[in-house]
Design a protein around this ligand. Structure first.
Ligand SMILES: NC(=O)c1ccc[n+]([C@@H]2O[C@H](COP(=O)([O-])OP(=O)(O)OC[C@H]3O[C@@H](n4cnc5c(N)ncnc54)[C@H](OP(=O)(O)O)[C@@H]3O)[C@@H](O)[C@H]2O)c1
Length: 311
C-alpha cells in the first residue's frame, strides 16, 4: 500500500512516499481502507522529534491519527463491525498511523459515519473533536448558562469546542484574528475577541471555564478572566498550580484519550446537523501534499481542519 513515512526526525523533507506492507488485523481490530485523514499539530511535533521522550516510536513511522474509510477486513473477535461499514476513529497512538491507504484500528475506538457526512468531513472529527469534548465535558463539566472562553476558536480544536459549548447551552466567547471574527460568529460564538485589537484579559471577566490551546502568557492571563472556583483545561502545557490555588481554580493539562463511544455521540450531533465540520484546506495523500499540509499547520493559522484526501 502507499504510505507517507519518516525514517528519522526532522523537517518536512523527512516525509517520504513509499510502498508499505498492508496491516493485518489483531483479534479485536479492523482494517480500515482509508478514504481520508486529517492533519493535527501532533503530526509535525512528532515529526520534529519534540515528543520523542513521551512517545518513543521505532522507525519507520507512519504519522497521522485520524481515520475515515470503509471496513476492509475484521479480526476473529470483532463483533460490532463488518466489511463495507463506513467508519471513523482516533486510532491508538502507534507508529502505524493514517497517512496510508489502510490502517488497523481497535474495534472499541470506532464509530459509524452518518450517511449525511462525507469521509473528508468524518476524518476531521476524531482527534480535534474528542479533544474539545473531553476538555468541555470530562474535565470542565460545563453547564447550561455558564460562561466559557475558547481560545483559538478558528482552529481545529476551536471550531469543535465553540459549537459543542453552544450546543451545551453555554455563553461562548472566543479569540481569533480579525479575518476570522465574522466566521466565528456564524459558527455560533456569542462574543469574539479580535486578539489583534483587544486584550481578552481586559474585556472578559467572571468566566466559569477556559479552554487554553495557546499556553504561555495567554494561559496566565486566562486565570484573570476566571471567577473563583472556575476551571481551566490546557491542551498544551501544565497550568501554574500556585496561581490556580489562589482562586480555587481547577486546572490541568488534558491529553486526549481515544474513545469510540464519545465519537458515536458526536456522530449523532453531526447526523442531526447540530455540529458541522469546517474544512479549511484540502491536500492529496502524496509526499508533496503532506509537506504542504504540514507547512500550513505549522503556520498556526490554518482555518478549521486540514484534510487529506485518499483516492
Ligand atoms: N493535549 C491534546 O491532547 C491535544 C489535542 C489536540 C491538539 N492539541 C494542541 O492544541 C493546539 C491547538 O491545536 P489545533 O489543532 O486546534 O491547532 P490549529 O488548528 O493549528 O490552530 C490554528 C488556529 O489558531 C489560531 N490562533 C493562532 N494564534 C492565535 C492567537 N494568538 N489567539 C487566538 N487564536 C490564535 C488561528 O486563528 P487566526 O488565524 O485567527 O489567528 C488558527 O485558526 C496545538 O498546539 C496542538 O498540538 C493538544
Amino acid at each position: 500500500m502507499k504510505a507517507i513515512v519518516i525514517d528519522q526526525y526532522g523537517g518536512k523533507e523527512q516525509l517520504k512516499e513509499t510502498e508499505f506492507e498492508k496491516p493485518v488485523p489483531g483479534e479485536k481490530q479492523v482494517i480500515v481502507k482509508l478514504h481520508a485523514t486529517s492533519i493535527n499539530p501532533i503530526d509535525w511535533k512528532l515529526r520534529e522529534g519534540y515528543l520523542k521522550e513521551m512517545i518513543p516510536f521505532d522507525f519507520p513511522i507512519i504519522l497521522g491519527w485520524d481515520a475515515a474509510g470503509i471496513v476492509d477486513e475484521v479480526g476473529e473477535k470483532v463483533t460490532d463491525f463488518k466489511a463495507g461499514d463506513r467508519v471513523f476513529a482516533r486510532p491508538e497512538t502507534t507508529n502505524r498511523g493514517t497517512y496510508a491507504e489502510y490502517t488497523a484500528v481497535d474495534q472499541h475506538l470506532l464509530a459509524r459515519i452518518p450517511d449525511n457526512i462525507s469521509f473528508e468531513e468524518a476524518a476531521c472529527v476524531p482527534l480535534a473533536g474528542l479533544t474539545a469534548w473531553q476538555c468541555l465535558f470530562d474535565f470542565g463539566n460545563i453547564k447550561k448558562g455558564e460562561k466559557v472562553l475558547i481560545h483559538a476558536g478558528a482552529g481545529g480544536v476551536g471550531t469543535f469546542a465553540v459549537q459543542l459549548a453552544k450546543e451545551a447551552g453555554a455563553y461562548v466567547a472566543t479569540t481569533a484574528g480579525t479575518h476570522n471574527v465574522e466566521f466565528l460568529k456564524s459558527l455560533g460564538a456569542d462574543e469574539v475577541i479580535d486578539y489583534k485589537k483587544q486584550d481578552f484579559e481586559k474585556v472578559l471577566k467572571d468566566y466559569d471555564f477556559v479552554l487554553d490551546s495557546m499556553g504561555g502568557e495567554i494561559q496566565k492571563k486566562s486565570f484573570t478572566v476566571l471567577k473563583e472556583g472556575g476551571r481551566l483545561a490546557s491542551i498544551v502545557s501544565n497550568p501554574d498550580q500556585e496561581i490556580a490555588s489562589q482562586k480555587n481554580i481547577k486546572s490541568g493539562n488534558v491529553w486526549l484519550d481515544p474513545n469510540g463511544e464519545q465519537l458515536a455521540k458526536m456522530a449523532d450531533l453531526l447526523e442531526q446537523n447540530k455540529l458541522k465540520v469546517v474544512i479549511g484546506h484540502r491536500f492529496p495523500l502524496s509526499e508533496e501534499g503532506i509537506k504542504e499540509a504540514h507547512a500550513l499547520s505549522e503556520s498556526h493559522h490554518a482555518k478549521g481542519k486540514i484534510v487529506i484526501e485518499i483516492r
